[in-house]
Design a protein around this ligand. Structure first.
Ligand code: ADP
Ligand code: F6P
Length: 470
């Protein structure tokens, strides 16, 4: 058992995933998703412990040190993986919290598994947290942990951050366990959301569905007050910029351009393969631009990279098949031998290759139907060299509130999206540069460090006020 820590992050995933190769060897690789991208630099700076699931089932792994902090693995059985992770987290909460862009399923046995696993995370955290420690619980998979942890360890200062949207009242009320989730979150001293609207949705629901007194952003709970506020998350901007300027990334970018046959223009999409990311609409829109001759496949290539994600969940399987079909159809109908208009890779790349992709992209097309923040948009702005480049961004990504100089689109409006992509390509260089400069300023002044300092500073002040020494 590692020494008890004064700072503990608790997330469904650890920053590294335990995987078994085809040769039967077990090894570790970076876990997918924005949560890990954002929190890894925070942990490297603060030290402490990260409590999370290690990505394999029916296997318990001993704690170990990684990048200067402690990794505390929590085990999941195969049936918990199905019911808690694939089921309640990703087939109930995920679609419900993303505007029901897919149909949420409600199953009582999934809920039971969610409760059991949340309790396990709370118990594991209670064991590793030092007296009076700060614990920061992350995301929708662990919404009961704040309350369960407070029952076990009232001495702790507990923060919670939701990386995804928090739904409007009308949708959240479908959830048979709505009150339990609200009470779970209210166990925290501070609940953070990506945008102010999400914090308001939460407070409105607390007013409507519980008996607690709500005053401004605070909910009075007897032993503590839970505050709900917005803290838009960001990236390690200078880290990404340095990576993109490294000789490795520059070489990789040259190699990529060579492999693509030095096209005049590269459009880029980078996402987890998730139905919230608007891939169907995006590929259709760009396919039509090629079909109509507004984009010439002999000079433009659309590169779409999609990380495999939640591959056994039905909606994700369907999406994968749809995208294969759509890309295949467009490529077989448009272009010529040696000129595929769409290059689609269903794979995960090392970060340096991601930086190289951002370097070579003249336009990044980031068009989710709904997204808590979307870090890819910020990574592109940080990595693309100079003030060239253009970002096409969905109005429905949290990032759109901050990246106002992006070319904003409604991803449901295919014609609108097509026109905006063309505008991003054809606008005079001076306009594109002005927009890019403004985006760059935003990501340079709103970094992951600033985000963590803001949240943890507020949490500390709330803790001091609770202890009676503000
Ligand atoms: P989400 O958290 O929903 O996956 P974000 O856009 O916030 O969405 O974060 C995605 C993260 O995953 C980014 O840090 C991005 O660089 C990374 N990523 C996305 N696609 C790939 C890929 N194919 N290979 C490696 N990393 C990827
Ligand atoms: O940020 C959203 C998020 O769902 C994280 O909570 C999660 O770790 C990541 O995306 C990737 O998803 P998963 O852990 O299900 O592979």
């Amino acid at each position: 058992m590692p020494e008890r820590s004064h700072f503990v992050v608790v997330a469904n995933r650890l920053p590294v995933d335990r995987v078994t190769t085809e040769e039967g060897e077990t090894t570790w690789r970076t876990s997918p998703g924005g949560l890990v991208t954002a929190l890894e630099p925070v942990m490297r700076k603060h030290g402490g412990a990260w409590v999370g699931w290690h990505g394999a089932t029916d296997e318990s792994v001993e704690p170990f040190t990684h990048d200067g902090y402690e990794i505390v693995p929590v085990a999941l059985s195969a049936s918990e993986f199905e019911e808690y992770y694939e089921g309640f987290s990703n087939a109930t909460l995920w679609p419900l919290y993303h505007d029901t862009v897919a149909f949420p399923e409600y199953h009582r046995e999934w809920w039971d598994a969610y409760v059991v696993v949340n309790r396990r995370f709370a118990e594991a955290t209670a064991e590793v947290a030092a007296d009076g420690a700060t614990v920061w619980v992350q995301d929708y998979q662990l919404q009961l942990v704040p309350q369960l942890l407070r029952e076990l360890r009232p001495d702790l200062s507990i923060g919670f951050f939701l990386h995804i949207p928090f739904p409007p009242t009308e949708l959240f009320q479908q959830l048979p366990w709505r009150r339990r989730i609200l009470e779970g979150l209210l166990g925290a001293d501070l609940v953070g959301f990506q945008v102010p609207g999400a914090a308001s949705n939460f407070l409105r629901l607390v007013r409507a569905r519980t008996d607690h007194r709500v005053e401004r952003d605070g909910v009075a709970l007897g032993d503590h007050t839970c505050h709900a506020r917005a803290y838009p998350i960001s990236i390690d901007t200078s880290g990404f910029k340095e990576l993109a300027e490294s000789p490795e990334a520059v070489e990789e970018a040259d190699r990529l351009l060579e492999d693509l046959g030095h096209p005049k223009r590269v459009l880029l999409g980078v996402d987890r393969l998730d139905y919230t990311k608007g891939l169907r609409q995006r590929i259709r829109a760009i396919g039509e631009l090629f079909a109509e001759g507004r984009l010439d496949p002999s000079e433009t290539v659309f590169l779409q990279i999609a990380t495999p994600s939640r591959e056994r969940v039905e909606e994700y399987r369907k999406l994968r098949d749809d995208i294969d079909l759509l890309v295949g159809r467009i490529n077989s109908e448009i272009g010529d031998i040696g000129h595929r208009p769409i290059v689609y890779q269903h794979t995960s790349y090392p970060r340096v290759k991601m930086a190289a992709l951002y370097r070579i992209a003249d336009v990044a097309v980031v068009t989710p139907l709904r997204d808590g923040m979307n870090l890819v948009a910020k990574e592109y702005v940080a990595c693309h060299p100079g003030t060239e480049g253009a970002l096409v961004l969905s109005e429905f990504a949290g990032a759109a509130r901050e990246l106002k100089q992006a070319y904003l689109v409604n991803p449901y409006d295919i014609n609108g999206m097509k026109d905006t992509v063309m505008q991003a390509i054809t606008d005079p260089a001076v306009v594109r540069r002005r927009r890019m400069r403004s985006l760059r300023r935003q990501v340079e002044t709103h970094t992951i460090d600033a985000w963590a300092d803001h949240f943890l500073g507020d949490l500390k002040r709330i803790g001091q006020a609770r202890a009676g020494n503000p």
